[in-house]
Design a protein around this ligand. Structure first.
Ligand code: NAD
Length: 322
């Protein structure tokens, strides 16, 4: 009988699926991420066969060494930058992720951030709660239309492509994109224009949305120089991973009016925020909840459980990363 360690409570459906297959599990009883030390201690208690991990769990060679019987880490996330993939590969450990079900949820959240900024939703809400609203006024909190504006996407994989779909079909925007892989479907279907560099996108777009994975090559993909080359009226949206933007540089650029605003779901050192970020009125911040819809989180739970089940049945998990 296979035994799994689950690093934090996720939707119930995963537990039902594991139990139905006779897979037993222990779970972190705390409603917070485990520290690496706590995770190692927990994994040393039993000879586990697998781990269901979260994006908040730093999993590296030290963790692998502490749990030599664990042959699969089923990460409950699309991103897997929390796991040292090279070390996993070296040791023949399987890593899986949960892409798919959350694609539309994250794309919708990117649009929620875009609209919150361009329609000045948060500012308007704060204005009313502060009892400043004295009646309709012709120039009050003027926003920006999206129709005929240019959306720039960096990373047109699953989520980036869905943002393109929503932008073109839903809002009448035109699209520029940069990706290391050209996406001909987006060009044909949505008239998206490929740019040869991120800079080319940044210079022309009215809204820039980031959808790249976090890797060495995308760490600080957006720095102060990049923000300075954007239009002063442009917005930047990040629902990918925090370190893709140099956050201190973003605060500086926002303060200096290099760009009009930012919508952020992810942060460079979560849950800590760069100094000055929350003082800015032209930012909208959400606590890494882009995939936090009931449907998406249930889908992720099903995918993670299915990946474990497939592995224990001797099959290749559908979402195998390595
Ligand atoms: P994906 O793998 O389908 O797409 C990523 C795209 O980025 C690919 O097309 C790839 O070619 C491209 N890319 C890689 N390196 C690049 C580079 N240097 N420059 C430009 N493009 C590059 O992934 P996805 O499902 O679309 O998810 C994207 C990311 O979103 C995930 O890796 C994850 O970190 C993040 N994410 C965040 C949340 C959230 O809750 N905020 C939820 C899900 C996913």
């Amino acid at each position: 009988m296979s035994k799994v360690y689950i690093t934090r409570k996720i939707p119930e459906i995963a537990f039902t699926m594991l139990k139905d297959k006779g897979i037993t599990y222990d779970m972190n009883p705390k409603d917070r991420p485990l520290t690496k030390k706590e995770l190692i201690k927990a994994l040393k208690k039993q000879s586990y066969d697998g781990v269901l991990s979260l994006l908040t769990d730093p999993i590296d060679g030290e963790v692998f060494d502490a749990a030599p019987t664990v042959k699969i880490y089923a990460n409950y996330a699309v991103g897997f930058n929390n796991i040292n993939i090279d070390e996993a590969k070296k040791r023949g450990i399987i890593v899986t992720n949960t892409p798919g079900g959350l694609t539309e949820s994250v794309a919708e959240h990117a649009f929620a951030l875009i609209l919150a900024l361009t329609c000045r939703i948060v500012e308007g809400d704060n204005f009313i709660r502060a009892k400043k609203y004295k009646g309709w006024a012709p120039m009050l909190l003027m926003g920006t239309d999206l129709k005929d504006k240019t959306l720039g996407i960096l990373g047109t994989g699953r989520i980036g492509a869905d943002v393109v779909h929503k932008a073109v079909r839903g809002f009448g925007m035109t699209v520029l994109y940069y990706d290391i892989v050209r996406n001909e479907m987006l060009e044909k279907e949505y008239g998206a224009k490929f740019c040869a560099s991120p800079e080319e996108v940044l210079r022309q777009a009215d809204v820039v949305s980031l959808h790249v994975p976090l890797m060495d090559s995308t760490h600080h993909l957006i720095n102060y120089d990049h923000l300075s080359m954007m239009k002063k009226t442009a917005y930047i949206i990040n629902t990918s991973r925090g370190p893709v933007i140099d956050e201190a540089a973003l605060v500086r650029a926002l303060k200096e009016g290099k760009i009009a605003g930012a919508g952020l779901d992810v942060f460079e050192n979560e849950p800590d925020l760069s100094s000055g970020l929350t003082k800015l009125s032209n930012v909208v911040l959400t606590p890494h909840i882009a995939s936090a819809t009931v449907t998406a989180r249930d889908d992720m739970a099903v995918l993670a459980a299915n990946n474990l089940i497939a592995f224990f049945e001797g099959k290749t998990p559908v979402n195998k990363v390595v």
